[in-house]
Structure formats: C-alpha cells, structure tokens
Design a protein around this ligand. Structure first.
Ligand code: ADP
Ligand code: TMP
Length: 242
C-alpha cells in the first residue's frame, strides 16, 4: 500500500487532518500550538506536537490491545499518525474520578474530592457556543447520538477510564479526569463506535499520585509552568512499562 499525503481536509487548534488517497483513513498531524479557554489563550510550545503524537499512540495502541477500539492505525513519523476516518459524534465525552476544573467551578465541589463513582458528562462540540454541557435527553432530542449509541459511549468511556487509571497509576500518576471524542467507524462489519481524536496530557488531568501537582495542560491553562518536561517524563515512564 502506497500512502500519499494528499489534501489538507481540516486545520483545527492543535491538529491538521490530511486525506491519504484511501477513503477509510486520514493522516493526523500534531501541531505545536497550545490553546485554552476556546483559543482565547494561545501559544506555540515547541515539541508539544511530537510528544502528543507519541503519547496518543501509546494510549490508543494499549486500548486497541484490550479491545477498546480506537482510530489509531500506525505512527508515520514524529508528528503524524495514520488513523481510521470516522464520523465524529459532536460530543466531548468527559469522565471524572476526582472533582476539578469546570465541575468544581459549576457545582462548588472542592477540588481534589474523590467522587463516589466515575462521572460521565457530555459537552456539545461547538466552539461558537463554548462547548456547553448537555443532557442525555438533549442528545437524543437533537439526534447527536441514538440511545443505543449513548449506552455504548458510556461503556467505552468507563472501560477507557478503568484501563487508563491502571496504566497511569503504574507511573505514579492519578487520572483526575479526561476527555475523549467518539466516532462512527465506516468499516464494513456493521456500525461500530471507536475512540478518535487524541488521548494525551492535553486532554487529561494528571496529578502526581498523593498530591495535586499537575502534570498536564493545566500547567499551561493556569500559567503554572512548562509542559514539555512533564510530558517528556510521562512518555519516558510509560515507555519503560512496556
Ligand atoms: P479542534 O477542531 O477542536 O480545533 P483539533 O485541532 O484537535 O481540534 O482538530 C482535530 C479535529 O479532527 C477535531 O475536530 C476532531 O473531531 C477531528 N478528528 C479526530 N479524529 C478523527 C477521525 N478519526 N476522523 C475524522 N475526524 C477526526
Ligand atoms: P473541564 O474540567 O474544563 O470541563 O475539563 C474536563 C477534562 O476535559 C479535562 O481533563 C480537560 C479536558 N478538556 C479537553 O480536552 N478539551 C477542552 O476543550 C476542555 C474544556 C477540557
């Protein structure tokens, strides 16, 4: 199979998608741009794209290996990976183990409080509306996902949470919360949901175990320091577990 990087299909805040010449795949290119608060805060952080390409590869490959399907096919080079093209469900699926971020702000729950069980939330993916929190009933009413798909999304989200919690605890990190995107795969074996986009410290909150010390994009969001060194450390430690 000769893969050709063809047209730029989409350029987002952190990544670029290219066509490959094959209808079922895309090339996902990781940029160095870091944004927060719907791109109100923006900076180029040299090396971030390379690290997130490797980190997302690591997490997605591990998930694939335990039959949690993801779009990841193979890493092509330092900044690019070949992924399965899918029809993205317009939801940001957030799973939380510990109160932090917008949950603490919205409901006044103390940051750092462990939740009695993992909490799954849905945000409607629309930058012009600031990705608002939405209910399951709204998701059904507006047909963003069917009820069957919603059940499957809960299952994928919770299995991903269990698996990532274990993986990260082995390198002394606590998975506070994370965001995933899910898409409908076009594979011929019937409709199937897969994890798409990226899984990296840009889309997770990771605290050094036993502390509230961030090792993720909150360092950038809150002007608390460099992210490159922590991302490098996480990647190195994860790779050592292999
Ligand atoms: P944003 O669109 O929020 O600025 P990015 O810069 O990360 O975000 O752009 C990546 C885009 O690619 C996202 O809109 C995401 O939904 C989409 N995407 C990720 N994986 C896939 C995939 N496998 N198939 C189709 N679209 C994808
Ligand atoms: P929140 O507490 O700001 O709602 O974030 C919850 C999780 O989702 C956190 O791990 C960061 C991640 N996230 C994204 O990946 N993209 C986003 O646009 C936002 C707002 C959060």
């Amino acid at each position: 199979m000769t893969l050709k990087k063809k047209n730029k299909l989409y350029e987002g805040k952190a990544k670029i998608l290219y066509s490959t010449g094959y209808s079922y795949s895309l090339i996902q290119h990781f940029k160095d741009e870091a944004t927060a608060f719907n791109a109100k805060k923006k900076e180029v952080i040299e090396g971030k794209g390379v690290l997130n390409n490797f980190l997302s590869e690591f997490f997605m490959q591990k998930l694939n290996s335990v039959n949690v399907p993801t779009h990841f096919i193979s890493r092509l080079n330092m900044r690019e990976q070949l992924v399965e093209k899918c029809d993205i469900i317009p939801l940001e699926v957030v799973v939380r183990n510990i109160a932090a971020g917008s949950l603490s702000k919205r409901l006044g729950i103390e940051e750092g409080k462990r939740l009695p069980r993992p909490l799954v939330e849905f945000y409607y993916k629309d930058d012009s509306l600031n990705d608002p929190l939405v209910t399951e009933s709204q998701i059904s009413t507006f047909e963003w996902a069917t009820e069957t798909e919603l059940g499957e999304i809960f299952e994928i989200a919770l299995r991903t949470n269990d698996f990532l919690c274990g993986l990260l605890s082995a390198v002394n990190l606590t998975l506070v919360d994370f965001k995933i995107e899910i898409g409908r795969s076009f594979r011929s074996e019937g409709e199937k949901l897969i994890i798409a986009d990226e899984i990296s410290p840009d889309s997770c909150r990771l605290w050094k175990t036993g502390t509230q010390q961030s090792m993720d994009k909150d360092l950038f969001r809150n002007d608390e320091g460099d992210i490159i060194e922590p991302y490098k450390i996480i990647l190195k430690k994860l790779q050592e577990t292999n």
